[in-house]
Ligand binder design. Structure first.
Ligand code: ADP
Ligand code: MG
Length: 275
C-alpha cells in the first residue's frame, strides 16, 4: 500500500526526495528515544521545502538521514528513485556552525570540497571556487582566512562549499540561526537568488516561522516527542521577494495557521504530560 502510494507520487509529480514511514530511534541511558516516528514527506524537483518545529522534534535527525550521515531504524528514503545509503555529491549540506578549516583561505575551503573530483586540474578547482565565492557575494575575499571574516561571510563560504559540486538537493540545518537579524535577512535573500540560479531542491530546517514562510514553497510543521509531521502547508502567495512580503494578508494568514498548529501541539503535550 505504502509502496504503491510512493510509486504513484514519484511518477505523478517528478518527486526528488521521498521519505516513507521514516522512523529513527536512539538508545540513550538504556532508554529508547523515538526521534522520528513514521515521517512521510516528499520534495519535488527544484522545490524549496522547510521543516519547521520546536527544538527536539527531530529536524536535524531527519536532515542527517537525508544527508546519509546516519541511518534510519525503519522506513524508506529515496532520492530520485534510489535508496539513500550514504553521503553523496548529489546533496550539499550547510550546518548552523560554519565548520570552515581555519588555516585555509576562503577559496581553499571551497576548493577542498573538490578534493576527490577527478578530471579537474588544480587551476580549474581554484577557478570553480572563485566562481562560487562570487555567486555568494564574496568576490575580493577569496584570500581571507575564516577568522578575518564575519559570521555572515563565513556562512557564505560554507554555502559556496556546499554548492561547488552542483548538488541536486541542498540541505540546510538552521543555517542562519547564529546570525544577527539584518545579516539573516540578507542571507535569506541571497539564498533565494542562488536557489533560482542553481535550480536545486532545498530542504531547509528552521524553527523560525517567518523564515519558513518567506522562503518556502511548502512547509512541513513537525511535532515533538516523537517527531512527526503534524501539518503540511503549501505557501501560495505572490512573492516580490522583499520584506514587504511579510506584511501581506497572505503572509499573516499562513503565519496564523502555522502558529496555531504549533500552539495546538504544545497544548496536546501538556495534556499528555498531565494525564
Ligand atoms: P531538532 O533538530 O529538531 O532540535 P534533533 O533531531 O536534534 O531535534 O533531536 C531529536 C531527538 O532525538 C531529541 O530528543 C534528541 O535528544 C534525540 N537525539 C538526537 N540525536 C541523538 C543521539 N545521537 N543520541 C541520542 N539521542 C539523540
Ligand atoms: Mg537541530
Amino acid at each position: 500500500m505504502a509502496m504503491q502510494w510512493a510509486e504513484e507520487q514519484t511518477e505523478a509529480r517528478g518527486i526528488m526526495l521521498l521519505a516513507n514511514n521514516v522512523t529513527k530511534t536512539f538508545m540513550s541511558n538504556k532508554k529508547e528515544i523515538t526521534a522520528l516516528d513514521r515521517v512521510h514527506l516528499y520534495i519535488n524537483q527544484g522545490e524549496f521545502i522547510s521543516l519547521l518545529g520546536p527544538s527536539g522534534c527531530g529536524k536535524s535527525t531527519f536532515l542527517r538521514l537525508v544527508a546519509g550521515l546516519d541511518s534510519m531504524t525503519s522506513g524508506s528514503l529515496e532520492l530520485n528513485g534510489a535508496p539513500i545509503v550514504g553521503a553523496g555529491r548529489d546533496r550539499g549540506v550547510v550546518f548552523q556552525q560554519y565548520s570552515l578549516l581555519p588555516w585555509m583561505h576562503a577559496w581553499e575551503n571551497v576548493a577542498f570540497a573538490l578534493k576527490k573530483t577527478k578530471g579537474l586540474s588544480s587551476a580549474q578547482k581554484k577557478k570553480t571556487a572563485y566562481h562560487f565565492l562570487e555567486l555568494v557575494g564574496l568576490k575580493g575575499f577569496e584570500r581571507h582566512y575564516p577568522a578575518q571574516m564575519s559570521g555572515g561571510m563565513q556562512q557564505r563560504v560554507a554555502i559556496a562549499r556546499a554548492l561547488v559540486y552542483r548538488p541536486k538537493l541542498l540541505l540546510m540545518d538552521e543555517p542562519f540561526g547564529a546570525l544577527d537579524a539584518q545579516t539573516r535577512r540578507d542571507m535569506q535573500d541571497l539564498l533565494l537568488r542562488i536557489w533560482e540560479e542553481e535550480k536545486c531542491g532545498v530542504l531547509f530546517v528552521t524553527h523560525d516561522v517567518d523564515e519558513a514562510i518567506y522562503l518556502s514553497d511548502r512547509v512541513y510543521v513537525m511535532s515533538a516527542h516523537p517527531g512527526r509531521v503534524a501539518k503540511e502547508i503549501s505557501i501560495q502567495m505572490n512573492k516580490s521577494r522583499d520584506w514587504n512580503d511579510m506584511l501581506t494578508d497572505d503572509f499573516v494568514h499562513y503565519k496564523r495557521e502555522i502558529v496555531s498548529e504549533l500552539e495546538r501541539q504544545k497544548a496536546l503535550k501538556k495534556l499528555a504530560a498531565n494525564g
